[in-house]
Design a binder for this molecule. Structure first.
Ligand code: HEC
Ligand SMILES: [Cu+2]
Length: 357
């Protein structure tokens, strides 16, 4: 009898451990992991999380063991009748006190973490203003005069303060290894700050975490934590205006892109790129869409969903909604230029975009 119970216990324990391990298996490599913090604030959250997890595990094991043990001990068997017990003041006091103790144990580090995360950022913090839009993120560095989209660079060991807003619906800002998640609410400005503790080549993945329409799941962003020197270099590059097109093909693309009247064909007419996009140093002054001044310096397009390469850029300009549902259908959304431009024309525009380092 006992050996069957032992075997069952061993089985259920290994099942629990198996589930636990498989949940952790990718924690070192998965850039969206929540259990491998890389900023001061993420460590604070991690401390509470680890404590709660251990307490939960202990409660689980104790309760499970008690259930099995009690049903076995008080089971009905020849000569013993199953009994119903009722009322035991001592027991009831104990199982009221233990949960209170657990809650207090969780409360202390939580009450320590929240005021720190809500505190004002240090005076030397790098300011970044973020606006959530369907379905991408606009990033502005007001002190550095940089505007970019979906990918940012920040220096390691320097506090970074985010100002979070939205111009359409509610989005949310979350970089699991660094900080968040904080809602981005139209007409309201939320704050968040943290100090990243580890520079690396691989990006820290961020994600919109408030359902915001058709392409909510395709609303990602990337945070690159750089050594100070690399960051300064990036700032320098981003502050420069766009270089004029170099290759013949790119020159054709540049002329086409900047000429707003060009987007008229026998199939009808569409607004040109310059209505929505800005390319610093050119006549493209649109404010509705990602700034393309240094589009070639970004590793991804379309809010972190696709690798930034020739093929994807051609596909994107031809029909953005095929890559990211809803983009062309929404009011003011990017048109499907396959309806207005020839393949050669689109290729020339892409050649120009790929020179915008
Ligand atoms: C009516 C506004 C509008 C017009 C016109 C427009 N776009 Fe866009 N474009 C957008 C929006 C909005 C996005 C962001 C979509 C998203 O990621 O959800 C975008 C994204 C892009 C991106 C990806 C940028 C990034 O960083 O992810 C590229 C490249 C781009 N557009 C190129 C062009 C080109 C080239 C033209 C002209 C042939 C053009 N766009 C015309 C609105 C427009
Ligand atoms: Cu969103």
């Amino acid at each position: 009898m006992l050996s069957i119970m032992k075997r069952k216990t061993v089985f259920s324990f290994s099942a629990i451990i198996g589930i636990f391990l498989s949940a952790c298996s990718s924690w070192q490599t998965d850039p969206q992991t929540t259990v491998n913090p890389k900023s001061d604030m993420a460590y604070l959250i991690q401390d509470v999380y680890v404590l709660v997890s251990w307490l939960a595990l202990i409660v689980f094991v104790v309760i499970m063991f008690a259930i099995v043990y009690i049903s076995w001990k008080f089971r009905e068997r020849p000569g013993v009748e199953a009994q119903q017990f009722h009322g035991d003041t001592r027991l009831e006091i104990i199982w009221t006190l233990i949960p209170i103790l657990i809650v207090v144990t969780i409360f202390i580090p939580t009450a320590n973490a929240i005021p720190k995360m809500k505190s004002d950022p240090p005076a030397n913090a790098l300011q970044i203003d973020v606006v959530g839009k369907q379905w991408w993120f606009e990033f502005k560095y007001p002190e550095l005069n940089i505007t970019t989209a979906n990918e940012i660079h920040i220096p390691v060991n320097t506090p970074v303060a985010f100002n979070l807003e939205s111009t359409d619906v509610i989005h949310a800002f979350w970089i699991p290894q660094l900080g968040g998640k904080v809602d981005m609410v139209p007409g309201h400005s939320n704050k968040m700050w943290f100090t990243p503790t580890e520079a690396r080549k691989e990006a820290y993945l961020g994600q919109c975490t408030e359902f915001c329409g058709t392409s909510h799941a395709n609303m990602l962003f990337r945070v690159f934590v750089d050594e100070q020197d690399d960051f300064n270099q990036w700032v320098n590059d981003q502050q420069s205006v766009a270089i004029p097109a170099q290759s013949e093909l790119a020159k054709q693309g540049e002329a086409l892109l900047l000429n707003n009247v060009a987007f008229i064909s026998e199939n009808g007419s569409a607004v040109g790129c310059v209505t929505c996009h800005k390319i610093e140093g050119t006549t493209a002054m649109g404010m509705l869409a990602p700034n393309l001044t240094h589009i070639a310096s970004r590793s991804t397009i379309a809010a972190g969903v696709f690798e930034n390469n020739k093929e994807n850029l051609i596909k994107w300009i031809s029909n953005p909604s095929k890559m990211k549902p809803g983009v062309s259908e929404r009011t003011g959304g990017m048109p499907m230029y396959e309806n207005y431009l020839s393949e050669e024309q689109i290729e020339s525009i892409v050649a120009y975009l790929m020179e915008l380092q």
